[in-house]
Ligand binder design. Sequence first.
Ligand code: PGA
Length: 249
Amino acid sequence: MRKQIVAGNWKMNKTESETIQLINELKQQDLNSEVEVFIAPTYVNLSAAVKSTTSSEIRIAAQNMHQSASGAYTGEISAGMLQDIGVEHVILGHSERRAYFGETDELLKEKVKAALEAGLGVIFCFGEELEERKSDTHFDVVKQQLSTALFDLDATQWPQIVLAYEPVWAIGTGETASPEQAQEMHAFIRSLIREHYDYACADGVSILYGGSVKPANATEIFAQADVDGGLIGGASLQAEDFAAIVNGF
Ligand code: PGA
C-alpha cells in the first residue's frame, strides 16, 4: 500500500516565532491520521520546527541541500547537517530552484544520491513548463527529468523516494491542472517506473501533485487513482486551509 502524503512547502516565508506559531496552530487541527503530513520551513527554522513537532505526527522536511558532504561551499547546507538536527526528508528539484538557481537534472541526480546516502528521504519535484505543454512535449520532458535524475537508483532505494509532479504553469498561478490532466500524467509516471524497474517499485511509490492545490480542489485531485497526495505552497501557510487539504482525502 502506498502512503497518502500531504507536504507543505513554506518557501521563504515565516520567521522563527511565526514558524512555531503556525506549527502550534496545525497541532490544534484535527488531521486525518491516515495521511503522512510534512512541512518544509526555511533552513534557519528547521531546528525549532523539529523541536516543536516532537510530540506530534507532523514531520519536517528541508527545501534544499548541497550535494557535497562538507567543504568550502560558502552558504550551503549538507544532508548530514539536516539529518543531525532531526530532519527526515528533503525537497529536491523544486521548479523555483531549477528556474532561479540553475539546478539541472544532472545536479539533482547528485543531490538525490547524497540525500539517500545520509539516510534522508527525498521529495523529488519535476514537471513541464507552459510552452512544453502547449507544444505537447510534456510527457517527453517528464520522462527526461526522471530518467536523468532518478533512474540510476537501485530499486531498493525507491522506498525513500516520494515524487511530486508539479506542472510549472500551475505553481503559484491559481491555475490547477484538471484532475484528468493530473491523473493522465501520474499514470504515465507510474508506467515509466514499471518499465524501468518493476510493478512493486511503481506501485509502492507515492506520487504527489503540486500546483495551486487548495481546499476547494484537493478532494477531486486526491480522488484520482494515481494521485497519492499533494505538495502545497501558498495554502500551506494557513493552518485551517492546510488542514482542510490534509482532510481532503
Ligand atoms: P502553490 O505552490 O501551491 O503555491 O502553487 C506549490 C509548490 O510550489 O510546491
